[in-house]
Design a protein around this ligand. Structure first.
Ligand SMILES: Nc1nc2c(c(=O)[nH]1)N[C@H]1C(S)=C(S)[C@@H](COP(=O)(O)OP(=O)(O)OC[C@H]3O[C@@H](n4cnc5c(=O)[nH]c(N)nc54)[C@H](O)[C@@H]3O)O[C@H]1N2
Ligand SMILES: Nc1nc2c(c(=O)[nH]1)N[C@H]1C(S)=C(S)[C@@H](COP(=O)(O)OP(=O)(O)OC[C@H]3O[C@@H](n4cnc5c(=O)[nH]c(N)nc54)[C@H](O)[C@@H]3O)O[C@H]1N2
Ligand code: SF4
Ligand SMILES: [Mo]
Length: 730
């Protein structure tokens, strides 16, 4: 059986053998057109996840202070009553939602959750994006007027990559679906390519690179500005065909950052900056790429913007071998005015701007704590673990405990679900379908791939149905019967079709809704909306208007359908500003550049994160195949910093920030820049999450102050936290 792995953005094709309901083995699918035989240990361990006795299978409802197994109708009734009480007493905005990372890899959950959120009529929507990639979206909103216009390196043709704050050798790529990065890098080197990495740690990717530069956390904006200035000094201008506006303003603002200040802030030498600019200029097909280290930091949006400024100056944007805009088969119906999704409303307590209709995680605790109209009293958490992944964990956990209603949908018990009033279990990934509707637009190559559920589960609804049930409860106040749910699904599908037939720029404009509904594939569930989006898309059959892609074709092609290499010349489609120009000088960016010069170089010891090859953020820790080996949650310390503090490898160390103290075991390594310490995120000290194999560890985010943010997107600056170390005696 063929199946796409739903864990991370790489989306590897798997071959699965089973005996009845039992998975016997998992291996890479070499015929998969997109992943070409890549798999990692996590994908193989899905066998254990599927069988894990600790995985949730029954709803839980809090009774007498304890979470206890309950029936689905019982759980839904508790939710209906709780929701009605909060809304009646406190209004619509008192109900909030938190969207966790795995929703991006679960089409039933993400689409169904969208239906549910549509019924809430609340401004209090939070997601893992503001502890992750929101600066990228905001940079794209400001530059292109299009939050989803995030270019990826064209790894198949590029010959020089400047990579900042990313570790695809472990992460397998992010906002860049690139399964088998190491193999692709080998091919890249084979054709003479050069990779330069910029990171406070000599990462697994840095070790594979041709040159690695240590950088002080948060200082990338200085480096990128200095490189841009050098290119400008050598006569480089944005290419005319890119149609850029406000270049003169940007150029003037960049001029304030000279090589000396960039070197002082970043810890790089002035010659390093010259060399870097020189390498980029001389390369035939260069590209600049930045990821979590450039977004989860104090200048996230400015840094993300400057990454694309360099791609513009290098002539790499939207060109073969450069920073390209992938295309995916699934098309959403255009919603008018969706270009500038920034600052249309603000959070109640700190007046933080929304981005893409979401408020920042950094505001969640205060919005729960602070009384008044719009105070969050109920929260629906979908596939997330904010108590571990969000800043100021202790404060957030305390705030969540005060809610009138906390409903979590998860496949495991975690640090957040244990505070819930109701926990709804998602199924094993093998009992649900897969299509990457969000990240498909960031692939290294264009393709169409879909996996149907491998096994039926008579006892648990798919997450699409869970979310439809919640939406029904929210919309009507009643809990649905199975017939009610199917009627409701019909209404949702007809409503979705109407959005496409109303969309003047779409291929279904003006068509008859019922005619389209009648043609949508026979499968019930979220597959109907998938068929709709694919058939309305760039390769779709437009419902009988031409030969083209349908869900049925994807079902019949389990190795995926290759749709070819990335296409250049897409700027006209991608740039959505009214004047059709790339905006190089939005006021927010000019102001942010202006204030760079006022910052004193950081002298504190700074904490940065690292991802675990054998975990995904806070989950997968309960699978024996992945949990073997030494304690992964060690604090890496540079030997010189350690010597000054009398710390040795194996010592227990107290790590303190302005917010909290945590304890971790020290490990000395010169893979780290002097002046930095490094700890993985995703662990917690909690031992009572009903995951018997999982090891506890220090929760990084207890150290993060909610007030330390990128000032534009209000994404948490989780990298670069100022800390002190102290050897402890216990
Ligand atoms: N210090 C620090 N903090 C970070 C980061 C960092 O680099 N450093 N990284 C940040 C990033 S990039 C991210 S994306 C966030 C993640 O933040 P979150 O999304 O809040 O947390 P996760 O740890 O990914 O938790 C995901 C939860 O979803 C559950 N789950 C998995 N699959 C499914 C499914 O199919 N259905 C359901 N219902 N549940 C499912 C898992 O069991 C797990 O409990 O963390 C951020 N936090
Ligand atoms: N195995 C595994 N794979 C994963 C995940 C996982 O937890 N485990 N998580 C998935 C998720 S949700 C995501 S978002 C992606 C993330 O994918 P990546 O961004 O590729 O992975 P990270 O390891 O977070 O890389 C961030 C790097 O930034 C560096 N850094 C920290 N601060 C700075 C800074 O200020 N400047 C610079 N230049 N560098 C800095 C860190 O040292 C780190 O090496 O990975 C995904 N894939
Ligand atoms: S790289 Fe990601 S998608 Fe591929 S097998 Fe590993 S976890 Fe799954
Ligand atoms: Mo992420």
């Amino acid at each position: 059986m063929k199946r796409i792995c739903p864990i991370c953005e790489a989306g590897c094709g798997l071959t699965i053998s089973a005996d009845g309901r039992e998975v016997i083995g998992i291996e890479a699918n070499p015929a998969d057109v997109f992943s070409e035989g890549h798999v990692c240990a996590k994908g193989i361990a899905l066998k254990e996840l599927d069988a894990d006795p600790d995985r949730l299978r029954t709803p839980l409802v809090r009774k007498d202070g304890l979470l206890q197994p309950a029936s689905w109708p019982e759980a839904m009734t508790v939710i209906a009553d709780g929701l009605a009480a909060v809304r009646t007493e406190h209004g619509a905005d008192a109900v909030g939602a938190y969207i966790g990372n795995p929703t991006a890899h679960n089409i039933g959950l993400s689409t169904g959750m969208g239906v549910f959120l549509g019924t809430l009529n609340t401004t209090n929507i939070y997601s893992a994006s503001t502890v992750d990639q929101m600066p990228k979206h905001l940079a794209s909103i400001l530059m292109f007027g299009n939050a989803m216009a995030i270019p990826v390196p064209d790894i198949a043709r590029v010959d020089f990559i400047l990579m900042l704050g990313a570790n695809p050798a472990v992460s397998n790529g992010s906002l860049w679906m690139v399964p088998g990065f190491r193999n692709k890098l080998r091919e890249f080197h084979g054709r003479g390519g050069k990779l330069v990495t910029v990171d406070p740690r000599r990462t697994e990717t840095a070790r594979l690179s041709d040159h690695h530069l240590f950088i002080r956390p948060g200082a990338d904006a200085y480096l990128l500005a200095a490189v841009a200035n050098e290119l400008i000094g050598r006569g480089v201008e944005p290419p005319a065909h890119m149609n850029c506006a406000n270049w003169a303003q940007l150029k003037a603002a960049l001029a304030a950052i000279d090589h000396e200040s960039a070197a002082e802030q970043s810890g790089l030498a002035v010659e390093d900056i010259h060399h870097l600019a020189d390498g980029l200029m001389k390369a035939e097909r260069p590209v600049v790429y930045g990821r979590v280290g450039t977004t989860l930091q104090r200048h996230g949006t400015l840094t993300s913007f400057l990454v694309e400024v360099l791609n513009v100056l290098l002539g790499a944007l939207d060109e073969s071998g450069g920073a390209m805009f992938p295309e995916q088969p699934f098309a959403s119906a255009a919603v008018s005015g969706s270009g500038m999704e920034y600052g249309r409303w603000r959070s109640r307590v700190s007046a933080y701007p929304e981005v893409m209709s979401q408020l920042p995680c950094a505001a969640l605790a205060e919005e729960i704590e602070t009384p008044g109209e719009g105070q969050v009293r109920a929260l629906f958490c979908f596939a997330g673990n904010p108590v571990v992944s969000n800043p100021d964990s202790d404060r957030l956990a305390e705030a969540l405990k005060t809610l009138d209603l906390l409903v979590c949908t998860d496949i495991y018990h975690n640090e957040t679900t244990r505070l819930a009033d109701v926990v709804l279990p998602g199924t094993s990934p093998f009992e649900d379908s897969h299509y990457d509707s969000f990240l498909g637009a960031m692939g290294w190559r264009n393709s169409a791939r879909y996996s149907p559920p491998l096994f039926a589960n008579e006892n648990q609804p798919r997450e699409w149905d869970i979310c439809l049930g919640l939406a029904y409860v929210s919309a009507t106040g009643n809990t649905p019967s199975p017939d009610d749910l199917r009627d409701f699904e019909d209404t949702v599908v007809a409503g979705a079709v109407a959005r496409y037939t109303d969309d003047e720029s779409g291929p279904l404009h003006g068509r008859d809704v019922q005619e389209i509904v009648g043609q949508i594939g026979p499968q019930a569930g979220v597959e109907r909306l998938l068929d709709l989006g694919v058939r309305a898309g760039r390769w779709g059959d437009h419902f009988g208007r031409r030969d083209g892609l349908t869900l049925q074709q994807m079902i019949e092609t389990p190795d995926g359908i290759d749709l070819g290499e990335l296409r250049a010349g897409r700027l006209k489609e991608v740039v959505l500003h009214d004047n059709q120009c790339i905006d190089l000088g939005p006021a927010e960016i000019l102001a942010a550049l202006g204030s760079l010069g006022d910052e004193a170089p950081v002298k504190d010891l700074q904490l940065v994160g690292r991802r675990q090859a054998a975990r995904n953020n806070s989950w997968l820790g309960n699978l024996p195949m992945l949990a073997k080996g030494q304690n992964p949650c060690v604090l890496q310390v540079h030997p010189e910093d350690a010597a000054a503090l009398g710390i040795e490898s194996g010592d227990r160390v107290k790590v303190s920030s302005a917010t909290a103290s945590i304890a971790a075991e020290a490990f000395l390594t010169d893979e780290l820049m002097k002046g930095c310490v490094c700890l993985p995120h995703g662990f917690s000290e909690a031992a009572d999450v009903d995951q018997r194999v999982r090891q506890p560890g220090a929760n990084y985010n207890r150290l993060a102050a909610a007030s330390e943010v990128d000032p534009l997107s209000i994404t948490a600056a989780l990298n670069g936290i100022a800390v002190t170390l102290e050897k402890t005696l216990d």
